[in-house]
Every structure is written in C-alpha cells, then in structure tokens.
Ligand binder design. Structure first.
Ligand code: FCB
Length: 475
C-alpha cells in the first residue's frame, strides 16, 4: 500500500529556517566601536586560514541585512538563527554595552519580525573579544563570568522581541579546536587547557542561562547548540567499541553530562586523568551548569568512525575542521579515525543522513520531553554560476532531501523535533577554509556581493511553503 500523504508532511508549526554566524557574514569589523575578536587576530596571522582569508568584509551583511532579510522572506523561511558578535556589543568583553552595536541587532530583529521570520539568537559563535583571550581565554574561569554579564546585556536589550535564545554554538569546537588542535582561534595546542576551556564553556552556558532568565520574559526559551558527534566503531571488537566510547565521552558526554545531568561521566574523568586533575571544577559548578533547558539544538554534518589504534589509519582524519599535527582529543592517542565510506561533500565529509536520525533518537531517549531543533545541517559543494547566471546544486538538494527525510523519520519515531535551520543562508567565511567552501543556499559573488539563490534555495523554499519534501531533480 502506498504511504498516506500525511506521513511525509511536516507538522504545521515546524520551523523552516536558515542559520549564519556573525564573524562568517557581517564584515564591518572596524565599525561602530567593534574591537577585534580572536577570529580577527587568528585569521590575520599568516598561515592560519586558506589564502589568508579574513572576515574583514565577509558578505557585508552588516550593511546588507535588509536585502538578506528580504531574500529570506522571498524564500518563505519562517525562522532565522544568527549570532551576536560579542566584541560588537561589549568591545573589551567587560563593562557597559555599546549602543551602536545593540542597535544593529535590534534593527535586524525588527526587520525579521516585520517579515514574519522568527529570530533565534546565538550568543556565542566563537568570536571571543581578543582582550578576554589576552587575559587567558576560555581556560580561565573569569571568561565564564564575563559571558554571563554579556548574556544579561543582550537579554535585557532584545529579550522583549526575541523568544528563542541559544547560549553557545558547538562548545566542542571552541574548546578542542581552539585550544587542542589549534585549527581554530585562538590556535593554541594545549591539551590541558582544552579541558579547562570545556569546563568553563559549560559554566558559561549555565551562568548565561541563569542571567538570561533573570532579565527576560518567562515565555522566552533558552537552549544550547551542540555538535554532538555520532560516533561509530569500525567493528564490534571490544577494543574498537572502547575507542568509540572514549570519543563519545570527549565529544558529547563532556558537555551534555553536566548540562543535562549535572555530572561529568566517570569514564571521561578516568580517561583524561593523565592530562588534567579537573581541580578547576569547583563546588557548586555542576549545579550552576545543570540549568533546566527549554530545548536542545543539534548541529549535524557527518558521522565519526573510529577504531582502536593499530588498525589502518591511512584514511584522512574526519574529526574536525582542518588538519593539525595536534590531536583535538586529549587522552585518546590510542584511537584511530577513519573515513566513513560513501559519497562526500567538498569538505570531505561523508553524506550519511542515518546519523541525523540516530542523533535525534539518542536525545529523545536521553532527555525525554526536551524539544529538539536541528540548529545546523548542510553541505559545501563547488558551486559555480552557469553561463546564464543560474547556480545548479543538485547535490545539495539531494543532501537536504536525505537529511530532512531523516528528520521526518525521527518525528514518526517519536522525536519532538520543532524545526530545522539549514547551514547556511549564504556562502560565507568558512573558518580555516576561508571562502573556498560554499555552504550557502544562496550563492555570493565575493567580488560584487551579488546574491543569487541556488536551485537548492528554490527547492527548500518549496519544502517550507508546502510542508513536504519536493523530489530531487537534476542530478
Ligand atoms: C559548524 C559551525 C558553522 C559552520 C559549519 C559548516 O561546525 O558551527 O559555523 O562552520 O560547521
């Protein structure tokens, strides 16, 4: 029997969104009193980003936000997740806010609301004010206290008009790529500091959540966006399963342990005991981190395949956002990483929508009753305009179809998924990869800043309009 049509449609209240982050799109890094963030410093350091690319101009969203909101409206999106640049609203990371900075976000939010698009604010998407890094950065406890103050400032300014709040984006990347492998700002390669950073990011999330709640209307929701890894072992050999469990602790348990359950996994503490003694976890910290959440944001791109070391490790590592001689996994030197078989995107990330279904079901079991959002999902491809100026990206359409189908299956299987934010609205500055990797549903000509919706943007618009997935064509 053919499936009834209703089984492939999404709930009417489902959010069809797109996501971006401040440093990746805004540009205008010297305007309105903004000071450098760690990403300004890092990207201007020779050798840190592909081609020496920086976010100085990015896609000039700071000046073109009206055009960008109009584009979202044209595509029928009903939600938009963006981040606030900390050094734009509180330049030194301390003290009073800069009104010009807050005003920019107020105007952006008002523009979104006028177009019927629900804003979701991420407070921290990796752009720490440089002054706070100079004082020690995330490995220092004070950075968490500073974050809570910043959260209060933004919550006070925008809590009356923005209902959805996300404290941190992917704290794993901040801690382990920023302070472990060093492929992200600030580019430090200190295993102990990466675990300290993880704890202080957890604390920042908890204190920030409390600060937001103390200044915002009760109807507003607070969440966090985790890039929870879908860790799979190459075999069911006990050594491979142990390697997968180790990486699961370092990728997932280190954050969702304290955030959702108020504790670090014992297995994580044991496995990292040669790297750190965790003495910076003070009495009361875990209670502060373990704030009740209104929702959980999950960012998913590709699964992580591991084995015990000693197996074939010739395959490229698929454990982060760039190659480094330093591992982002403290205490896991005996784990080897493998490429998951299958089709790959331009990032070299294997396309595997089953991982998204697995992730959503995992948190449905682990945090029953907590609404879930896919706060990022998408793919980079080598998109180019054809002679008529059209950008055809059938591979991205297939990627989106596969992953949204996985979301739909998770809904059927009982997951409370409320929305999906495509990464990304526009092509943008892809961190250490610079402008070389295009994740946008909308193509950007970086020389002219002209925006052209790719065919995937039209496909996604139709999905958003109809609440169902159109077929994949053009492959
Ligand atoms: C995520 C980041 C986002 C973007 C995508 C491709 O890890 O949150 O900024 O770089 O990957």
């Amino acid at each position: 029997m053919p499936e009834p049509v209703t089984s492939v449609t999404f709930p009417p209240a489902f959010l069809w969104g797109a996501a971006t982050s401040a440093y990746q799109i805004e540009g205008a890094v010297r305007e309105g009193g903004r000071t450098p963030s760690i990403w300004d410093t890092f990207s201007r350091t020779p050798g840190r980003t592909a081609g020496g690319d920086t976010g100085d101009i990015a896609v000039d969203h700071y000046h073109r936000y009206r055009e960008d909101v109009a584009l979202m409206a044209e595509l029928g999106l009903n939600a938009y997740r963006f981040s606030v640049s900390w050094p734009r609203v509180q330049p030194t990371g301390r003290g009073p806010a800069v009104q010009v900075g807050l005003d920019f976000y107020r105007r952006l939010v008002d523009e979104l609301l006028e177009h019927g698009i629900r804003p979701a604010i991420t407070l921290y998407h990796w752009d720490l004010p440089q002054e706070l890094e100079d004082a020690g950065g995330w490995p220092e406890r004070d950075t968490a206290l500073r974050f809570a103050e910043y959260a209060r400032i933004v919550g006070e300014a925008l809590g009356d008009r923005v209902e959805q709040w996300i404290t941190l984006n992917e704290p794993w990347c901040s801690a382990f790529l920023g302070y472990g492998s060093g492929v992200h700002a600030p580019g430090r390669t200190e295993p102990e500091a990466s675990l300290r950073a993880a704890h202080h990011l957890n604390l920042a999330h908890g204190l920030g959540t409390s600060a937001l709640r103390s200044v915002m209307p009760a109807r507003n929701t607070v969440a966090v966006s985790l890039n929870s890894a879908v860790v799979r072992a190459v075999s069911s050999d006990p050594a491979d399963l142990a390697a997968a469990a180790r990486i699961d602790d370092l990728a997932n348990g280190v954050f969702h342990g304290p955030m959702l359950h108020g504790t670090y996994p014992q297995t994580l503490l044991a496995a990292t005991s040669s790297v750190t003694d965790w003495s910076y976890v003070r009495d009361g910290d875990l209670r502060a981190v373990n704030q009740p959440l209104d929702a959980l944001g999950l960012n998913y791109y590709t699964p992580t395949l591991v084995s015990a070391a000693g197996a074939d490790t010739t395959a490229p590592r698929a454990d982060g956002h760039g190659a480094s001689a330093h591992s982002p996994w403290p205490g896991a030197a005996d784990v080897a990483f493998h490429q998951t078989p299958g089709e790959r995107t331009e990032m070299g990330w294997t396309v595997d929508p089953t991982g998204l279904h697995e992730l959503l079901m995992r948190y449905t079991r682990q945090a029953p009753g907590l609404p879930l959002y896919v706060t990022e999902n998408g793919a980079a491809y080598d998109d180019k305009p054809d002679p008529d100026g059209h950008v055809h990206d059938p591979d991205r359409i297939a990627y989106l179809h596969g992953h949204l189908s996985a979301v739909r299956r998770a809904l059927t299987d009982g997951a409370d998924v409320r929305g999906y934010y495509l990464w990304s609205l526009l092509d943008n500055f892809e961190w250490a990869y610079g402008y070389g990797k295009r994740f946008g549903a909308v193509y950007v000509d970086y020389a002219t800043q002209e925006r052209t919706p790719k065919s995937s943007a039209r496909w996604y618009a139709e999905a958003a309009r109809s609440g169902a997935l159109p077929p994949v064509t053009g492959r």
